[in-house]
Design a protein around this ligand. Sequence first.
Ligand code: UDP
Ligand code: MG
Length: 318
Amino acid sequence: MEKTVDLSLVVPCFNEAGNVQRFQEEVMATFASSGLSYELVFVDDGSRDGTLSALRTVYQAAACPVQVLSFSRNFGKEAAMLAGLGAARGELIALIDADLQQPPERVLDMVRILQAEPQYDCVAAFQEKRREGAVQGFLKKTFYRLINRFSDVDFVENASDFRTMRRPVAEALLSMGESHRFSKGLFSWVGFSTKYIPYQARARTEGSTKWSLVKLFRYAWDGILSFSTAPIKIAIYLGLICALLSAIYLVVVLVQKLAFSIAVPGYATIVCLILFLGGLQLFFLGILGEYIGRIYIQVKQRPPYLLKEHLNWSDPNP
Ligand code: UDP
Ligand code: MG
């Protein structure tokens, strides 16, 4: 029989060599007197800075049960979380970053909530105060407004993927076989009752964030495409409006010509209209292309990640 634990901490790591050891120490200090059995499931997402050897050291030291999954290259945090969820043994499963920005004590709080309140299946943390500029804050607000308007599921503002869930929730997430994984949406899509608790993100001490403004934009766009077909519908409405306007204009031109014999000199109008409509058509062709591209990727059924190595504390001969 496979050994199980009360709690698995799934930790995606990309270039976090300076953090993994400290992360483990802090988790062990936090959970020492909790009476919980737990394991750490590190997923090395194709790091290029010696994270894997740091993880091997942590595994071999065997200070607590540790799994190390290592990818053949960088597949992204979503893939890393998916792999970690699949390998986790715990009755409860927590997702937490390796950089210690998300305090392990909060995981303990989440576990206590799940133990005390059986009506909840998941506890998610959201950042109370964010250190971000006005522009970024505005863009984020706009993103949530758009996506909540246009998609069927509810996106909770500022909710992170820092959360602890019961096993059925993890199974539900694993059962979703989409290759473009947008976890904020997947978490809401699977449902279950989620309690939100605030937390204060700490500053990063080692390594650097993997997010840039461009990456955030791409991420937001990804989310909208993954959970809504509104962009294609906009094309239908715009197309209808254009057709209607041009029909009205046709009548106007005809009346001018027949009743007042005004021959309309329309060079500028025609050039503008051709450019405008051509641009609009190309734009929506592009949007259609985005969806088709996703279908293309999905039907190829490539795995979301490839494992190079799996070190597992519960293997009979490690
Ligand atoms: N991460 C990952 N793969 C990636 C990018 C990030 O596994 O391609 C991990 C990273 O190591 C960290 C977590 O995802 O544990 C969050 O990343 P980061 O700290 O850069 O994001 P932020 O906290 O700035 O939102
Ligand atoms: Mg971070």
